[in-house]
Design a binder for this molecule. Structure first.
Ligand SMILES: *[C@@H]1O[C@H](CO)[C@@H](O)[C@H](O)[C@H]1NC(C)=O
Ligand SMILES: *[C@@H]1O[C@H](CO)[C@@H](O)[C@H](O)[C@H]1NC(C)=O
Ligand SMILES: *[C@@H]1O[C@H](CO)[C@@H](O)[C@H](O)[C@H]1NC(C)=O
Ligand SMILES: *[C@@H]1O[C@H](CO)[C@@H](O)[C@H](O)[C@H]1NC(C)=O
Ligand SMILES: *[C@@H]1O[C@H](CO)[C@@H](O)[C@H](O)[C@H]1NC(C)=O
Ligand SMILES: *[C@@H]1O[C@H](CO)[C@@H](O)[C@H](O)[C@H]1NC(C)=O
Length: 395
């Protein structure tokens, strides 16, 4: 684990390189073609499927999966502890997490508290650390999400999940520590009631919220982090201090996937529920025009930007910046995403073209854990683990 000063030095060096680099080869490349079906060095492998039975009591739902993944999750939780301890070496923070966080769980609505308790017991990881693992995603997720509509009104939804920035770097092979440790924790989940699929999602074993998923025939949903001065830290602090009237963002997406029954209902809940952290929700439906990016402050929705195919808006793209502002100059994945979609044209939309776009650097980068492709009406859902071998940008 890198010490703090070394770590910051590496970051600054990386930032300086990227300032020059993100707009130039070999860090960027021409829009990729013929990358699908996935193969080659940017494809790490398939993601295994597991069934989560919602008819079981919440405490027991994750038992089978977590028994299998306990040792892998321990490695990741230890890395996160090392990061925290490298900033505050006394070990006080981790001690606080272990002792105090569990007491703050009351008033989490829904099944989340019991599910996290079940996971903590079966993995023998302290509950406080499972809770922080579940909070981490409210802070460190950097992603690209896309919804497209073809000439026949058929929708597709794609996303890259990029995660792990600022949490340590492997100098041996130029990868992010946490990003690499998340790959073996990545799972596809089929949530069932009465032996029937309610929704499908991709998650990290041990995380009970959802960041990527769909309800076959009805809607698809992905969550991207939104940075803001009035950001997640404040919301989480308020929550810890006892102001528990807002939802964790990963938990609201889980609730919507589990219990909403239409695009409109999902859109309404995602626009109006008070949140702990700002966020972008990217929501797709099952018919023409049903695709939007909801830009959220903690209290309100700032903007709902929807497909408008009649007026030529046949896709929506969201990275981690408000669409009416320029992206951070070190991190522009929006421009290449749009360029590659425009080049593919509305005539040629398929899983294949979406995967090509999501495989193009820097949309694909060293933080990319997985790529998901969703076709709501056909009920198709595919997730692939990714790698970005050198030369490849850090984010
Ligand atoms: C928990 O919820 C109840 C009822 O909604 C409320 O009266 C109570 O103050 C809440 N507790 C905390 C710690 O927020
Ligand atoms: C890089 O090294 C780390 C730690 O040794 C390992 O876990 C990871 O799988 C490696 N990643 C690649 C892409 O080689
Ligand atoms: C689900 O299927 C299993 C095996 O096929 C069966 O034993 C069980 O009773 C079913 N459960 C429900 C709720 O239908
Ligand atoms: C979905 O609704 C059921 C029934 O009201 C409720 O028990 C469950 O906690 C809800 N699920 C989530 C994730 O909120
Ligand atoms: C599309 O979604 C609506 C709910 O928003 C549902 O009533 C309708 O049956 C769905 N259409 C198809 C073809 O599944
Ligand atoms: C779109 O697809 C058609 C037919 O497969 C092909 O001829 C054309 O070159 C493609 N256009 C682009 C921009 O890829």
């Amino acid at each position: 684990m890198l010490g703090q000063s070394r770590f910051i030095f590496v970051l600054l060096a990386a930032a300086a390189t990227c300032a020059l680099a993100q707009h130039a080869p070999p860090w960027t490349e021409d829009c990729r073609k013929s990358t699908y079906p996935p193969s080659g060095p940017t494809y790490r492998g398939p993601v295994p499927w597991y069934t989560i039975n919602l008819d079981l009591p919440p405490y027991k739902r994750w038992h089978e999966l977590m028994t299998e993944k306990a040792s892998t999750l321990k490695i990741l939780v230890n890395s996160m502890k090392n990061v925290v301890n490298s900033f505050v070496p006394s070990g006080k923070i981790v001690q606080l997490v272990d002792q105090k966080l569990p007491g703050l769980l009351d008033n989490l609505s829904g099944p989340f508290e019991e599910e996290m308790k079940g996971i903590a017991d079966v993995t023998e990881i302290p509950l406080g650390e499972i809770i922080s693992f579940n909070i981490f995603y409210e802070i460190f997720t950097i992603c690209t999400s896309i919804i497209t509509e073809d000439k026949e009104g058929h929708l597709l939804h794609g996303r890259n999940m990029d995660f792990g920035v600022f949490l340590g770097w492997n100098v041996n092979n130029n990868t992010w520590v946490v990003t690499e440790e998340l790959k073996p924790l990545t799972v596809n989940l089929d949530f069932q009631r009465n032996n029937k699929t309610v929704f499908k999602a991709t998650s990290f074993a041990g995380y009970v919220g959802m960041l990527t998923g769909f309800k076959p025939g009805l809607f698809s949903l992905t969550l991207n982090e939104r940075f803001s001065m009035n950001g997640g830290y404040i919301g989480i602090l308020e929550w810890i201090l006892g102001k528990k009237d807002s939802m964790w963002i990963g938990f609201i997406t889980r609730s919507v996937l589990e219990n909403s029954t239409s695009y409109e209902e999902a859109k309404n809940i995602l626009s109006k529920t008070k949140l702990l952290a700002p966020a972008y929700f990217i929501l797709g439906g099952n018919q023409s025009g049903e695709g939007c990016v909801i830009t959220r402050e903690r209290k309100d929705s700032l903007d709902v930007y929807e497909l408008d195919p009649k007026n030529g808006r046949w896709y929506v793209v969201q990275t981690n910046y408000d669409r009416w502002k320029s992206p951070f100059f070190l991190d522009d994945r929006r421009t290449p995403t749009k360029m590659c979609l425009n080049r593919a044209t509305q005539e040629n939309l398929s899983f294949s073209t979406l995967y090509d776009v999501l495989s193009t650097k820097p949309i694909l980068n060293k933080l990319t854990v997985y790529t998901t492709l969703i076709d709501v009406t056909k009920g198709h859902y595919e997730t692939y683990l990714r790698d970005c071998p050198d030369p490849c940008i850090g984010w």
